[in-house]
Design a protein around this ligand. Sequence first.
Ligand code: HEC
Length: 177
Amino acid sequence: MQRRNGFLVALALGGLMFVGCGQQSPPASTSPTPAAAPPGATTAAAPPGAAAKADAPVSAEFIASLPGAAKWKGKKNPVPDTPENLAKGKELFLKNCATCHGDTGTGDGPAGAALDPKPRNFSTESFKFGGEDWQLMRTIMDGAPQPSGMVGWDGRLDEKDAWTLINYVKALKAGKT
Ligand code: HEC
């Protein structure tokens, strides 16, 4: 009887060892590589828990790929930002843009309330698609990447009026109005 018990214990131990070995050393050839970050992947993104900001600037390459970029790239604003032109810009803004961007450009116009992304608040947010005059011209004439409530104004807005609006939007941003 004792002998038989010893035999059973040995069997049980052997079984355990077998299972243990199976778990510890899978064949080297099928051993999966631990999930490594792909080359070039960055871990320096937004801090954990921080939602991506709606106005986080996009790259210069992305701007260059947007509609109208080739047409407007490097163009200078021919309209000087004189008080008279800023007054004209305000008029144009209230007529065309305030319905979404709000009368003072704070992004709270009634037509913008249901939009996602929200109309830019010029006094607190950045220009996501570039703040140089030609980049603003591109955004106004050709729109933000779709889908977005900021559709292009090409054909609805005179070029000179668009440049005039750019001075006014920049003045709103700088708190100069
Ligand atoms: C129908 C609503 C609507 C109207 C009208 C409108 N916008 Fe916008 N605008 C938006 C929205 C929405 C955004 C945010 C775009 C995005 O993040 O995709 C925006 C963004 C912008 C931006 C910021 C782009 C950037 O780089 O962050 C500028 C500049 C701008 N609008 C100018 C104007 C001007 C000038 C007018 C008037 C000619 C105008 N918008 C009219 C909805 C509107």
